[in-house]
Design a binder for this molecule. Structure first.
Ligand SMILES: CC(C)(COP(=O)(O)OP(=O)(O)OC[C@H]1O[C@@H](n2cnc3c(N)ncnc32)[C@H](O)[C@@H]1OP(=O)(O)O)[C@@H](O)C(=O)NCCC(=O)NCCS
Length: 198
């Protein structure tokens, strides 16, 4: 049973500096599919099928809605403030055994990469995890060959961890972390970094 069971526990919206993160809708599918369907993006996302079809997009919208209602995962679409352009997505998959932690995932569509959106959405989700959900740890599993993501988590202040949280504790992620490097951010470290940036 996840920590935030029930729709009341997980926020519907997360605000970041230049992005708004909100639940996926069926009307997003036509914009979503070409972005996440690009192999240069999906190759780093162990749970994304390839090729990525409209049916996959619709199934994702429905699955992410059920997960949010059940309090098990917060998967949100990132749209640019101002014009609402779909930029990518980010998620927190809560651990199975309490109010402890979550796995962070994120992706940015290829035309929108290197504009700071990856950092922006990750910071927004970290703030939600620590400041709103009260989690104590967030981790990310990053393929050693995924240099952009390795640099992103390092730039955010994540620290490499050999095995602080079991990958199989995250819903649906058993064995998917195999071969990936784990990076960890604790609530204490997040608060300390926020203090330094203030
Ligand atoms: C990883 C990813 C989310 C980065 O998104 P982004 O919007 O391009 O990242 P940002 O513009 O916010 O960059 C933040 C930092 O990440 C690093 N980074 C991002 N892209 C990089 C690249 N192509 N090469 C090297 N470093 C990169 C840099 O440190 C960068 O900071 P800098 O621009 O000040 O040097 C994006 O490349 C992506 O979606 N990749 C495919 C999916 C994926 O890998 N998801 C994560 C799975 S673990």
């Amino acid at each position: 049973m996840a920590a935030f069971g029930g729709a009341m526990g997980l926020p519907e919206r997360v605000d970041a500096r230049n992005l708004r993160l909100r639940p996926f809708r069926l009307t997003d599918v036509p914009q979503l599919v070409p972005l996440i369907g690009d192999r240069r993006v999906s190759r780093w996302l162990p749970r994304a099928p390839h090729p990525y079809t409209d049916a996959d997009g619709r199934a994702w919208v429905e699955w992410s809605s059920r997960q949010r209602q059940a309090g098990e995962a917060l998967e949100l679409l990132a749209e640019r403030r101002g014009d609402g352009t779909v930029i990518g997505g980010a998620g927190l998959r809560l651990d199975a055994d309490g109010r402890t932690g979550a796995e962070l995932g994120y992706w940015v569509g290829l035309p929108h990469q290197r504009f700071g959106y990856g950092r922006d959405m990750a910071q927004g989700m970290l703030s939600a995890a620590f400041d709103r959900l009260g989690l104590s740890v967030v981790w990310a599993e990053v393929d050693p060959a995924n240099h952009p993501s390795q640099r992103l988590v390092t730039a955010l202040g994540f620290e490499p961890s050999p095995s602080s949280v079991s990958a199989s504790a995250a819903h649906g992620s058993a064995a998917e972390g195999d071969g990936a490097d784990r990076f960890v951010m604790t609530a204490a470290r997040w608060r300390s970094l926020q203090g330094e940036r203030a």
